[in-house]
Design a protein around this ligand. Structure first.
Ligand code: C2E
Ligand code: MG
Ligand code: MG
Ligand code: MG
Length: 294
């Protein structure tokens, strides 16, 4: 960073505090202001990535992923604005919009689904779980949309769960009692001991894609994943392998005992209209066509 280098080169006795440059700060505050307007201006939208049973190829659910059509910068991925949403607290209203939109989409999937309708998996920030009315908000949205609670999964990342407190855990327990499921996202990246899985109020483990990448290359990685799978079985948890990009990775994930997977091999995240076509093509039915690499 230029500002940091400038501060360092100012020399002994002349230390200045590091500050982001004016242009950085201006850009950030502009982005923040625009993000604050995004819900009202209807420039946020969701894409949905299929979650697939590795044995049959059947789509069992979709993960909702947030995108922002910025008026000047074009289409932005969450990596470019989620941190800002977290820092500014905007993640709470934005997250509520995400939940409502994802639930409405899931209701439309029931019409197209020939077999059991797919669930929707929504990323939820610890800040949302911590806010006083989160459980009530989810309960109200379920009632308003008519989506059965069994068809929603709430994802929280391992790192956010680690940092967090009784309040988050209590919300997870209440939501599960109402029939919603909870997934731990990016599992394996947060430095938690495996035994920790036993304590969390949880239904699904989403194994981070670094493990999937390592499966083909390292014996130790394979042993580690097998260990995680054995433990999740014992705890009666489902496991979803993230970031499956190749047929080899699909087979390796299935061979270690992962029942479900998600990744570019099956599909990139899709606009809602394409999810309806995906289901109409029979991908949601128990005898879905076998997966073929693109
Ligand atoms: P995540 O929840 O782990 O979501 C999976 C990310 O991996 C998505 O990136 C997805 O597009 C990408 N991905 C899927 N398959 C593959 C693959 O085969 N290979 C590779 N390399 N990547 C794959 P995306 O959409 O950019 O989202 C990034 C992160 O932003 C998400 O990671 C999630 O943590 C966060 N996020 C997305 N939407 C929301 C939201 O509505 N609320 C909150 N709080 N966070 C969100
Ligand atoms: Mg996720
Ligand atoms: Mg993930
Ligand atoms: Mg991830």
């Amino acid at each position: 960073n230029l500002a940091l280098r400038a501060a360092k080169s100012a020399g002994a006795g002349q230390w200045r505090r590091y500050e982001p440059s004016m242009t950085d700060r201006t850009r950030q505050s502009e982005l923040r202001a625009a993000l604050g307007r995004a819900v009202g201006e209807d420039t946020l939208f969701l894409e949905y990535q299929p979650i697939v049973a590795l044995g049959t190829g059947r789509t069992v659910g979709f993960e909702a992923l947030l995108r922002w059509q910025h008026p000047a910068h074009g289409r932005l991925l969450p990596g470019e604005f989620i941190d800002l949403a977290e820092e500014s607290g905007l993640i709470v209203p934005i997250g509520e919009w995400v939940l409502a939109s994802a639930m409405r989409a899931a209701c439309r999937w029931s019409a197209g689904a020939r077999a059991r309708a797919p669930y929707v998996s929504v990323n939820v920030s610890a800040q949302q779980f911590r806010s006083d009315d989160f459980v009530d908000t989810v309960t109200r949205l379920l009632a308003e949309t008519g989506l059965p609670a069994q068809r929603i999964v709430l994802e929280i990342t391992e790192s956010q769960l680690l940092r967090d407190d009784d309040k988050v855990w209590h919300a997870l327990e209440l939501l599960r009692a109402r029939g919603a499921r909870v997934a731990i996202d990016d599992f394996g990246t947060g430095y938690s001991a495996l035994g920790y899985l036993r304590q969390i109020p949880l239904d699904i483990v989403k194994l981070d894609r670094v493990f999937v990448r390592g499966l083909g290359t390292s014996r130790r990685q394979r042993d580690l994943v097998e260990g995680i799978v054995t433990l999740t079985r014992a705890l009666n948890l489902d496991i979803v392998a993230e970031g499956i990009e190749t047929e080899h990775q699909r087979q390796a994930s299935a061979a270690t005992g992962c029942r479900y997977g998600q990744g570019y091999l099956f599909s990139t995240p899709l606009p809602e209209a394409q999810t309806l076509r995906w289901l109409a093509d029979g991908r949601g039915s128990p005898r879905a066509a076998p997966v073929t690499a693109p």
